[in-house]
Ligand binder design. Structure first.
Ligand SMILES: [Fe+2]
Length: 275
């Protein structure tokens, strides 16, 4: 009920379908090879919202080139065993068959996709929380699977990009909105490494890092895909990454495309930068 009120009173005025339409139009121009969507896809995970989000996902492209993970709003209350995230199953899935998507159990994650020298590793932190909390956690079992996946993918020389909804770096948000086992997640990354971590949840662009076995791992937060502004910090945006093999590992460059309320379309914000 609180989530529904938040939507009716405040959020529905800020998060606009027209902005998401403009983002789709901009993506048709920039044409990335693969999309990563770090949640949330819904407000309170009603069955009607889950179905509507499936229609939006289809508009972003076929599941083979659109990889999504759920956020805390997608697990606002306990989901039914059938008819929950199953609407999005092709978009949540990795390349290998996984455990079925039952309720909000995260046995199906991490979801790993390999595209050329890129490995996308989708982690699930979504779970129902008490009122006024927006926390998440990876959980010991998923962390053990993540540890093994990162080791294997790193051993194969792939560029590992980890997708996680909650920011996994301490201090980026309040405890009430935090990743409860961020320290354990950080321990896995320090041990096994990754080339990049992408997260959502904060609805603004953030740049942080986590220690890796050899060098710091960039951790980047992306704004919402539909926030209409006018705050430039909050305006909808997406990030484009160019990943190329370099002498030591991979060279990753990023550029930002953001909603411009005055022009009514997405434009470049800043210049392309190395991470
Ligand atoms: Fe969130």
């Amino acid at each position: 009920m609180l989530g529904w009120l938040s939507w009716q009173v405040r959020r529905r005025r800020r998060y606009r379908p027209a902005v998401l339409e403009a983002l789709l139009a901009d993506l048709a121009q920039t044409a990335p090879d693969h999309l990563a969507i770090t949640g949330d896809l819904t407000q309170i995970a009603l069955a009607s919202e889950l179905r509507e989000a499936a229609d939006w996902l289809a508009r972003f492209g076929p599941a083979e080139r659109v990889h999504a993970i759920p956020g805390n709003h997608d697990a606002y209350a306990a989901l039914p065993r059938e008819g929950g995230w199953q609407y999005w199953s092709d978009y949540l899935a990795g390349d290998r068959p996984s455990a079925p998507l039952r309720g909000v159990a995260n046995d199906a994650f991490p979801s790993v996709r390999v595209r050329g020298e890129l490995a996308l590793v989708g982690v699930c932190t979504a779970q129902p929380t008490p009122p006024f909390a927006a926390t998440g956690s990876v959980g010991e079992e998923q962390l053990a699977r993540l540890d093994a996946e990162l080791e294997a993918l790193g051993g194969a020389g792939l560029c590992r990009v980890v997708l996680i909804h909650h920011p996994p770096v301490a201090g980026l948000t309040t405890r009430r909105r935090s990743l409860l086992d961020a320290r354990a997640f950080g321990d896995v990354l320090r041990r096994r490494g990754a080339e990049l971590v992408l997260h959502g949840h904060l609805h603004r662009t953030t740049l942080a890092s986590l220690p890796g076995p050899e060098r710091a791992i960039p951790v980047i937060g992306v704004p919402s895909a539909s926030h209409a502004g006018p705050s430039a910090k909050r305006c909808a945006a997406y990030h484009l990454y160019k990943i190329e093999r370099a002498d030591r590992g991979f060279a990753i460059r990023r550029r930002v495309r953001a909603w411009d309320p005055a022009l009514g379309r997405f434009t470049a914000r800043g210049v392309e930068e190395p991470l």
